[in-house]
Ligand binder design. Structure first.
Ligand SMILES: NC(=O)c1ccc[n+]([C@@H]2O[C@H](COP(=O)([O-])OP(=O)(O)OC[C@H]3O[C@@H](n4cnc5c(N)ncnc54)[C@H](O)[C@@H]3O)[C@@H](O)[C@H]2O)c1
Length: 327
C-alpha cells in the first residue's frame, strides 16, 4: 500500500514508557509536533523531550481530555496500558479499568478533538493464546488466556465500532515480545530486561521450566518504526509486528550470559502454569500494508540492550550489518 504523508500533530499516550520513549524520539526526529499523555505510573525513567507538550495525568482524566481538545491531534498513538499479564490475572477488574475503560474514554475524547486515526498497541503474544498453527496470522481466531489479552481484543472491538460509528480510523499493531534499552528489568515480565538486570548484579538469570518456550522477540526500535509507518498508512485493521522467527528463552538467556561473560548456568525455576509453549507471528501483512519489516536481528538487538543495562544507553539504531529481514 502506498505510504501517505505523516500527520503533523500526534498525541502519544504512554509516551514516558519503554516503547513510548523510543516512539517519541523517532516521531520527533521525523519533525512531528507531539503531545504526550502519561501519568508516570510506570515511566521508564528517560526524560520526556522538552519540545513535547506533556500532560502528566491518567488517559481518562479531564486534563487529558482537555489537552486533546486543545491540541487537536490528527492521530493518536495509544500505548498507555497496564502491561502486566500476571497482574491482570490477579486483578482483572483493575486491568480492565485502565486497559478497556481508559481506552474507551480516550477514543471518545479523540473523536471530540477531531482526530482521524488511532495507532493502537495490541499484543500478538496475548491475543492468539494457544495457537492451532504457527506462525500466527491476523485472520486466526483469537483466544486470549489472560485478562490483559482479553482487554486488547476488547479494545480492537471498540476500535472497529468507533470506525463504523464515529469515522475514527485505526490500525491495531499486534506486537511480539518487545525488548530493548529502557525496558523495566525489575518487574515480572520481560525476560531480556530481567536477565540483563540480574547479570549486571552478578546474579544468574532465571529460567522457568525447561527454557524451550519460544517467543517472537522484536527489537523496540523496529516497533517504533512500525508505529511511525502505521501513522503514514491508510490501512485499517490488525497487523502483526514481529520477526516471524521463534527464539527460545534458553537461546536468549544463553546469549545474554555470553555477553556478560557469565560462566554459571541459569537458575532453574519451576514451570509457570498456563504458560503458552510457543508463540510467534507472521508479519507478512505488515510488510505488504506498511512496507515494514523487522530489521534488527536477535544477536545485535541483545547486544545493544545488554550494553544499555551496563553503560549509558545507546540511541543509535543497530550497527551496520545487523539488518536483515524476517525471512
Ligand atoms: N513490551 C511489550 O513486549 C509489549 C508487547 C505487546 C504489547 N505491548 C503494549 O505496548 C504498550 C506499551 O508497552 P510498554 O512495554 O512500553 O509499557 P510501559 O509500562 O513501559 O509503558 C506504558 C506507559 O503508560 C503509562 N500509563 C499506564 N497507564 C496509564 C494511564 N491510565 N494513564 C496515563 N498513562 C498511563 C505508564 O506510566 C508508562 O509510561 C502497552 O499498551 C502494552 O500493552 C507491549
Amino acid at each position: 500500500m502506498k505510504p501517505q504523508a505523516l500527520p503533523e500533530r500526534v498525541a502519544v499516550t504512554g509516551g514516558a514508557g519503554f516503547i513510548g520513549t523510543h516512539t517519541v524520539r523517532l516521531l520527533l526526529a521525523s519533525g512531528l509536533h507531539l503531545l504526550v499523555i502519561d501519568d508516570f505510573r510506570h515511566a521508564c525513567g528517560e526524560p520526556v523531550p522538552e519540545e513535547v507538550s506533556l500532560v502528566r495525568d491518567d488517559i481518562s482524566s479531564p486534563a487529558a481530555r482537555g489537552a486533546l481538545l486543545e491540541f487537536r491531534p490528527q492521530a493518536v498513538v495509544h500505548l498507555a496500558a497496564q502491561g502486566g499479564v500476571n497482574r491482570s490475572l490477579r486483578d482483572p477488574a483493575a486491568d480492565a479499568t485502565v486497559n478497556v475503560v481508559g481506552t474507551v474514554a480516550l477514543l471518545r475524547a479523540a473523536v471530540d478533538a477531531g482526530c482521524r486515526r488511532v495507532v493502537f498497541a495490541s499484543s500478538g503474544g496475548a491475543i492468539y493464546g494457544r495457537a492451532r498453527r504457527l506462525p500466527s496470522r491476523e485472520r486466526d481466531r483469537p483466544g486470549p488466556l489472560s485478562p490483559y489479552g482479553a482487554a486488547k481484543l476488547a479494545c480492537e472491538g471498540y476500535l472497529g465500532m468507533f470506525r463504523r460509528t464515529f469515522g475514527l480510523d485505526f490500525v491495531a499493531l499486534r506486537y511480539g515480545n518487545v525488548y530493548g534499552p529502557h525496558q523495566d528489568g525489575t518487574g515480572e515480565a520481560g525476560v531480556v530486561a530481567i536477565s540483563s538486570t540480574r547479570l549486571r548484579q552478578g546474579l544468574a538469570p532465571r529460567v522457568f521450566g525447561d527454557g524451550g518456550q519460544t517467543r517472537d522477540f522484536t527489537y523496540v526500535e523496529d516497533v517504533a518504526r512500525a508505529n511511525r509507518a502505521a501513522l503514514a498508512s491508510s490501512f485499517s485493521g490488525a497487523l502483526n509486528i514481529g520477526t516471524g522467527r521463534p527464539s527460545s528463552v534458553t537461546e536468549v538467556v544463553g546469549h545474554l550470559c555470553r555477553l556478560a561473560g557469565f560462566d554459571g548456568g541459569p537458575e532453574a525455576m519451576p514451570a509457570r502454569s498456563g504458560e503458552v509453549r510457543s508463540n510467534y507471528l507472521d508479519p507478512a501483512r505488515a510488510r505488504r500494508q506498511l512496507g515494514w519489516r523487522a530489521e534488527v536481528e536477535l544477536g545485535p538487538g541483545l547486544a545493544l540492550t545488554y550494553a544499555s543495562f551496563t553503560a549509558p544507553v545507546p540511541t543509535q539504531s543497530a550497527p551496520a550489518g545487523a539488518s536483515s529481514g524476517p525471512g
